[in-house]
Design a protein around this ligand. Structure first.
Ligand SMILES: [Zn+2]
Length: 336
């Protein structure tokens, strides 16, 4: 698709105008999500891929079937728009999904399950379940994707833990059970990729860099010891360093890591301000949610919502498989 061209059915004003009704009326919600999920493809059969499908109707009223089913003329199987997405197997009405997706896509610092509970009348447990699935749907798997390039800023931060440990000086192996390290890579003017790790060492940061940043890139970091490791320092086209301990945050030649720092500040304001801390087990989901919004920051709320729905296709939440945010395992043959 040509740059700047909008897919049919995802027009900015059309999506935003349809939202309030989709969040209040179940039929409107179903048709809203159908229009976004299938804006570029036909609503094909979720079992066999046949496009010869139709909406089932109620015999008496002629209205759409109560369960909003589709039927395939090929394999005769029935399905709904939920099938094959994170909404599959959920009994939560789609109008609540539409509302939660809208809030998650339009709030810079995220939306808490507690707020969704209050605003939809769902139980906290249902709201939390739904929000985790939305985050999972937003999560991108970077493996095999094109590497970041140009100028890439890298830094690490520590999130979570008890408030009393919040001011503790972070560092490898100092608070392993209280705070979780997050390593982020940001291409200036481009995308962010964040990784929740168990530890920050030259080895695992080196591996994240090797797998996600093109070698011809210009790397920008602070003066932390892990980046002074020669193998990292010499691997990229150049390596710019700012020494925060000397109060140096930017150099006249454009060396700074302010972009990644601002991404961290947003993440922290979300984790401490919106979510009031998150469990370690789910931290990678919140990080994925913030990455998603960052990477879709240049589009409007409607288009971001459309992307969140498309991104949730083909995903089923399995708690044992946290998708690309696991600590990387050492790979033989990298230069680090
Ligand atoms: Zn079929």
């Amino acid at each position: 698709m040509a740059k700047g061209q909008r897919p049919a059915g995802s027009d900015k004003s059309a999506i935003i105008t349809a939202l309030p009704k989709a969040c209040a009326d179940e039929l409107a919600a179903v048709e809203f999500i159908e229009s976004l999920r299938w804006s570029e493809t036909r609503p094909c059969c979720q079992r066999c891929g046949d496009t010869d499908v139709y909406k089932m109707t109620d015999r008496k009223t002629g209205q759409r079937n109560k369960r909003f089913l589709w039927k395939c003329n090929g394999c005769q199987k029935q399905y709904t728009v939920r099938v094959g997405t994170v909404m599959e197997d959920s009994r939560i009405p789609l109008r609540h999904w539409a509302y939660a997706l809208w809030k998650a896509c339009s709030s810079k610092k995220g939306v808490s399950a507690l707020q969704i509970k209050r605003e939809t009348g769902l139980t906290y447990k249902s709201a939390l379940f739904m929000m985790h699935r939305i985050r999972f749907g937003m999560a991108e798997d970077w493996r095999g994707q094109q590497k970041l390039s140009g100028t890439v800023e890298t830094d690490e931060t520590y999130v979570g833990g008890k408030p009393r440990n919040k001011q503790s000086r972070p560092g490898p192996r100092i608070l392993p059970h209280r705070k979780t390290p997050v390593v982020s890579l940001v291409e200036r003017g481009g995308n962010i990729r964040s990784f929740v790790t168990v530890d920050v060492t030259a080895d695992n940061v080196g591996q994240i860099l090797a797998e996600n940043v093109a070698r011809e890139s210009h790397l920008m970091t602070d003066s932390a010891g892990i980046y002074r490791h020669n193998s990292i320092h010499n691997y990229f086209a150049s390596h710019g360093v700012t020494d925060h301990s000397r109060g140096q945050y930017a150099k006249p030649d454009g060396t700074h890591s302010n972009t990644v720092e601002s991404a961290f500040s947003l993440l922290k304001r979300g984790i401490y301000g919106t979510f009031h801390n998150v469990s370690r087990k789910h931290q990678h989901r919140y990080v994925a949610e913030f990455d998603f919004r960052w990477n879709a920051r240049k589009v409007d709320d409607g288009e971001r919502l459309s992307r969140a729905i498309k991104s949730s296709v083909g995903k089923r939440l399995q708690y044992k498989e946290p998708l690309a945010t696991l600590p990387p395992t050492p790979i033989q043959g990298t230069p680090f």
